[in-house]
Design a protein around this ligand. Structure first.
Ligand SMILES: CC(C)(COP(=O)(O)OP(=O)(O)OC[C@H]1O[C@@H](n2cnc3c(N)ncnc32)[C@H](O)[C@@H]1OP(=O)(O)O)[C@@H](O)C(=O)NCCC(=O)NCCS
Length: 169
């Protein structure tokens, strides 16, 4: 049976090994990693899917912000990476992790502005993320605009630079 537990309960090396299995090589060079920089994850929104003692999925979230050119800061939660062991993909574990995280974010009042870089066919269809408000965001690396997604009533539809939340660095 699959259990969802706080990611803190899992050895960091096991999480890195799962991410290595789920993503192609070079994931650390992706723009998503540059956006969050060296900020610490939001522990209360990071979860692992485990079966017996085996890690089969993980989700992490980070404090980021869109900073307008006049300096006004709009904090957001960045979602990802989300990873399911290749042996166990397409079995509902990714959806379970996302829904569990979104429920936790709602309970903590952290679901008003969330963003991620990912496939709209997955994150739009199941979780309501869209690229509707992100067209004017600038990022510290290349991004396919249709994969820059956001969700929530406080998502800033404004021009600005996306990066680690300066209040958390
Ligand atoms: C993307 C990922 C997290 C999805 O988790 P999962 O447990 O495999 O998928 P789920 O069981 O939750 O969802 C399955 C459904 O979503 C669809 N789906 C899964 N991944 C998809 C994607 N990248 N794009 C579009 N649809 C996708 C499937 O077709 C399936 O649809 P169906 O129910 O109509 O058949 C997982 O496949 C994964 O780890 N992939 C590699 C790493 C990655 O790309 N992570 C996301 C970027 S941060």
């Amino acid at each position: 049976m699959t259990a969802l537990v706080p990611l803190d309960a899992v050895a960091p090396e096991a999480v890195e090994a799962l991410l290595d299995r789920a993503f192609p090589p070079g994931r650390q060079a992706r723009t998503a990693y540059k956006v969050r920089g060296s900020v610490r994850p939001i522990a209360s929104l990071c979860f692992a899917a485990v079966e017996e003692d085996r890690l089969i999925g993980s989700i992490q979230c980070w404090p980021v912000a869109l900073t307008q050119d006049d300096g006004l800061v709009h904090p957001m939660v960045m979602v990802g990476p989300v990873a399911v062991d290749p042996d166990r993909q397409q079995g509902g574990i990714g959806r379970e992790l996302l829904h569990h995280m979104l429920d936790a974010a709602a309970a903590q009042g952290l679901d008003r502005a969330m963003m991620l870089i990912g496939d709209p066919e997955y994150y739009g269809r199941f979780f309501g993320f869209s690229a509707e408000h992100t067209a004017d965001w600038r990022l510290p690396g290349p991004v396919e605009r249709h994969r820059l997604l956001a969700r929530g009533p406080d998502v800033p539809a404004l021009a600005g630079m996306l990066g680690p939340d300066p209040g958390q660095v």
